[in-house]
Ligand binder design. Structure first.
Ligand code: ADP
Ligand code: MG
Length: 687
């Protein structure tokens, strides 16, 4: 007897050898086959007679091999395959004679390609697949046939057979975990039907129905986890802060600006959360320069004023250092002790920080991952801020929080996240948005240009500096070739200083400098002792110089979208119009072109991050490694947004109304959920 949990090697026709190949595809148990969905389909209804092919169209043909020839041409040897389907002949040409080995006389082959003409109808380098036995019948019977992703030595035929056999014998063991009322409400296909149809669909419509159901399931499962987790977080006993203390009020008084309306709204939301005895779990979204750091500082002071410690975690040392110096400056006039903990500190320095963190001498500690190390113990951690969360995983966020007793928690993202992504990755958090920039900011104009215009660009910069503006000239420092790039930046600085802009003061700042030296140079630039600052990307965050209205970014093609957006955020901070000039040199990929066009076209952080996500693919955001969330196989957070919203609504309602899944209609869901998500539930506590 076999069932869904039987090892795959016991499936008819598999055995240990094929099983080891299937395991490479993550098919370990028989049931896994059902969820190894086809990559695409061959639609028999689309298979054409050779006779009816038109020159220029792209078409699919099935025929028998009736000729295998190697021909010599002026360009070398080519392989020509002749196919016949009874209605005519088609020749398929590959400019590589080794292709001959893939075919035998009498094979049945399906090819797809553009129809051309050379002594008869032909295709050049078509996609091809050899089919045989039952499959030929399947194809001939007018069915839609699945095409799976494979690993070496496995064939489509073997996978199709395994899938067919599993469907015939084991589909009956599949339990539909979704309650009937959801199926009805959303018009979803039953699970058995969907699985059957995703593999061997009757029609295009049945693929769509199956697809919709299975996409819904992926989102629903994810949202169920998030909903459970959120439910759990709500139950935790947290800290009820007194939000009417003096410290944060004093901070507001000494700030030399008023909060924007968005900042007022967001700080109200945070204050309300902090006053409650359940822990805050809030995401703060806001574009570069929208004033998140100030908001975080304000909230931190509420915690410090209540006698608690605060941890601020950033993903890189540079970011941590910058937060540290910004916070030190803006909190300079209130009585708060700040330290920094990063991996590159000497063991002795670390130890002394561990000490003062543990004995409570420090109120606020800024750091990197170094903060979540075993040795770091807080006296009374009450508030946690994590910046750039999407570079951290759920696990890291949980580990930092565990260093306190249910501390309040604020995640900040410098690059706004598209709503759909926020719903999936941060679905367990409340969201606050800073959708307003501080007043009096001028527009930033962005222009993409080339090496050949360099002279003109320099002239433009000269003009602007003569009008009293300051400029950043940014050189990329790529980790892999840091030394070479650093030299390039230094050389460029010399050249700019001595030959291009001899009449101006040109400073240089780079990541390899000591912290104090960097501070000194930034201070000089701020005080207008330099007209131009040549820099590597160390100015990415935290620097605020309203008079700097020009930015020239060299090798702009090397940067990611988010990084370009961050960099550009350093200008446009004063009332005057700012200019960002991008010079792209060297080889530019299509992706790079796309990035540069996007950054030229818009300054809207939401649009940019959405584009970024599309370009890089959600994989980066959804890796289990990164987020501890289940992988999405079929679902696409852009194309399937509507289904995502529906699944989220249903999952959250279900958990609200029946948090322990005790109702009879949730019995199957309960069994399924706890079995499948056991590990994850233990890991990040969604149980
Ligand atoms: P973010 O962290 O969102 O990039 P910051 O908190 O660093 O933004 O703020 C960017 C700059 O704007 C800082 O110099 C900050 O002092 C200033 N700023 C923040 N809020 C306001 C405001 N309401 N009015 C004027 N300037 C502000
Ligand atoms: Mg900031």
């Amino acid at each position: 007897m076999i069932d869904l949990n039987t090892d795959i090697q016991y499936l008819k026709g598999v055995g240990p050898k094929r099983a080891s190949l299937l395991k490479k595809l993550n098919i370990n148990k028989i049931g896994d086959i059902l969820f190894h969905y086809p990559r695409r389909y061959i639609d028999r209804t689309k298979i054409k007679d050779i006779r009816s092919l038109c020159i220029g169209e792209t078409a699919t043909v099935m025929g028998m091999v009736c000729g295998l020839e190697i021909k010599s041409t002026s360009k070398g040897k080519v392989f020509v395959l002749s196919l016949s389907d009874g209605s005519g002949f088609l020749s398929c040409t590959w400019f590589d004679p080794r292709y001959k080995g893939n075919f035998k006389m009498g094979d049945t082959v399906v090819v797809n390609g553009k129809v051309g003409f050379f002594r008869g109808k032909q295709m050049i380098h078509p996609e091809y697949e050899t089919v045989s036995g039952e499959e030929t019948e399947l194809l001939q019977s007018g069915r839609i046939v699945p095409v799976y992703s494979l690993t070496e030595k496995l064939t489509q035929r073997e996978l199709r057979k395994a899938a067919k056999f599993t469907l015939d014998n084991c589909l009956k063991f599949v339990n539909d975990h979704l309650p009937l009322y959801i199926l009805q409400k959303r018009g979803l296909a039953p699970l058995k039907e969907a699985i059957s149809n995703i593999h061997f669909p009757e029609s295009k419509e049945s693929i769509e129905l199956a697809h919709r159901r299975l996409v819904y399931d992926e989102f629903f499962n994810l949202q169920l986890l998030l909903a459970k987790r959120r439910e759990l977080l709500k139950k935790d006993e947290g800290i009820s802060f007194n939000v009417d203390g003096e410290l944060h009020k004093k901070f507001l008084q000494i700030l030399d600006f008023e909060f924007t309306n968005a900042q007022k709204r967001v700080t109200d939301e945070i204050r309300r959360d902090m006053a409650l005895s359940k822990p805050m779990n809030r995401l703060l979204q806001g574009d570069v320069g929208s004033g998140k750091t100030v908001v975080a500082a304000y909230a931190s002071l509420i915690a410090v004023g209540n006698g608690y410690q605060v941890a601020v975690m950033a993903p890189t040392e540079i970011l941590a250092e910058q937060h540290y110096s910004v916070l030190k400056t803006i909190l300079g006039n209130v009585d708060v002790k700040i330290s920094m903990l990063i991996g590159s500190l000497k063991a002795k320095e670390k130890k002394s920080i561990y000490e003062i963190v543990q004995n409570g001498e420090v109120n606020l500690v800024v750091g990197t991952h170094a903060l979540i190390e075993e040795d770091v113990k807080f006296k009374n951690l009450g508030f946690v801020v994590v910046d750039e969360q999407h570079r951290f995983g759920v696990m890291q966020r949980v580990r930092l929080k565990r260093k306190g007793h249910s501390p309040d928690f604020l995640v900040m993202t410098a690059t706004p996240i598209p709503r759909t992504l926020a719903l999936t990755v941060y679905g367990d958090l409340d969201v606050s948005v800073l959708d307003e920039l501080p007043p009096g900011r001028g527009k930033t104009v962005t222009k993409l240009t080339q090496e050949s215009k360099r002279k003109k660009v320099y002239e433009f910069i000269r003009e602007k500096i003569e009008e009293g503006n300051q400029a950043f000239i940014v050189y990329p420092l790529v980790e892999e070739s840091e030394k070479i790039d650093l030299k390039a930046a230094k050389d460029m600085h010399e050249r700019l200083k001595n030959s291009v802009f001899p009449e101006f003061k040109v400073g240089l700042i780079h990541g390899r400098m000591k912290g104090e030296d960097k501070d000194e140079i930034m201070r000089k630039f701020r005080d207008r002792e330099y007209n131009i600052l040549v820099s590597t990307t160390v100015i990415e965050v935290g620097v605020d110089i309203p008079n700097a209205t020009i930015m020239l970014i060299e090798h702009a093609e090397r940067y990611g979208l988010a990084q370009l957006h961050q960099l550009r955020g350093r200008i446009g901070r004063g009332a005057k119009r700012s200019y960002c000039i991008l010079i792209a040199s060297g080889r530019i990929t299509d992706d790079a072109k796309e990035r540069l066009k996007t950054i030229e076209a818009t300054t809207d952080g939401f649009k940019i991050s959405e584009r970024d996500l599309r370009l890089r693919g959600p994989g980066e955001f959804f890796g289990e490694r990164q987020h501890g969330l289940p992988e999405l196989r079929l679902a696409d957070i852009f194309a399937d947004q509507r289904i995502l919203s529906a699944a989220r609504e249903d999952a959250f309602r279900l958990v609200r109304e029946d948090p322990k899944f005790l109702r009879p209609e949730h019995k199957s869901l309960k069994e399924n959920f706890y079995k499948r998500e056991k590990k994850r539930i233990e890991l990040f506590g969604a149980g």
